[in-house]
Design a protein around this ligand. Structure first.
Ligand code: DX5
Ligand code: ZN
Length: 212
């Protein structure tokens, strides 16, 4: 089953709680929380207090995407804030196995993300440590960018690499009614979408159209 993870980055920050309630009511499965540190990516977003405060009013799976350099020290913060899944970037980890084990030791699901330029070779030896692989289909840092279709082959290669393992394959960046279908055909089973949900007027209609 294809799941939708709504990226909070494109929500109206003046009405965050309401926005989260609205996507949840509209049938969204997960809430995607993009944390940026101004180092790993050239942007800052939000952090622990925002996630913690939204946690109390939502039952959605909190899918935290850490776009930060050296995430190790922060993992317990985002675990305590109520994340269900914590995804780190392969390019940002000094010892990726230790980082993924740390996430799981806190009872959370562990994800790894790859920038568009990063090859998939680094995934082969860590598959048994992973619950989710997040393929970036834009350069991370900003919402509202154009989908990079050269990532479709990579999505399919990762899909084949995963095989029957219980690992979710998620795509993030530029997902809309057209690119969602290309990603599903390539093997993705989680679609992260920001603008294609929050920049529209009918969240429910757009969420169900993305799944088709
Ligand atoms: C980009 C973020 C994405 C982004 C997606 O660095 O990881 O989650 O918010 O936004 P859209 O769907 O608008 O491309
Ligand atoms: Zn993201």
């Amino acid at each position: 089953m294809v799941l939708i993870s709504a990226s909070l980055l494109s929500a109206d920050f003046n009405r965050l709680g309401e926005e989260v309630n609205n996507v949840e009511k509209a049938g969204c499965d997960w809430l995607h929380l993009d944390v940026m540190d101004g180092h790993f990516v050239p942007n800052l977003s939000f952090g622990v207090p925002v996630i913690q405060s939204l946690r109390s009013s939502s039952k959605m799976t909190f899918d935290t995407h850490l776009m930060v350099q050296n995430p190790d020290d922060m993992i317990s913060w985002f675990s305590d804030a109520g994340s269900d899944i914590i995804t780190v970037h392969l390019e940002a980890c000094r010892d990726v196995v230790r980082t993924l084990e740390n996430i799981r030791s806190l009872g959370k699901k562990a994800g790894i993300s790859l920038r568009p330029q990063t090859p998939i070779d680094g995934l082969k030896d860590i598959l048994d440590k992973l619950d989710l692989i997040l393929v970036m289909t834009v350069n991370p840092g900003f919402g509202g960018q154009k989908f990079m279709s050269d990532q479709l082959q990579k999505i399919n290669d990762i899909h084949n690499l995963i095989g029957k393992r219980p690992i979710r394959l998620s795509v993030d960046g530029g997902i809309n009614q057209q690119t969602s279908k290309l990603c599903i055909n390539a093997g993705a089973d989680v679609l992260v979408a920001g603008s294609a949900i929050f920049k529209t007027t009918d969240y429910a209609a757009n969420i169900s159209a993305l799944k088709k």
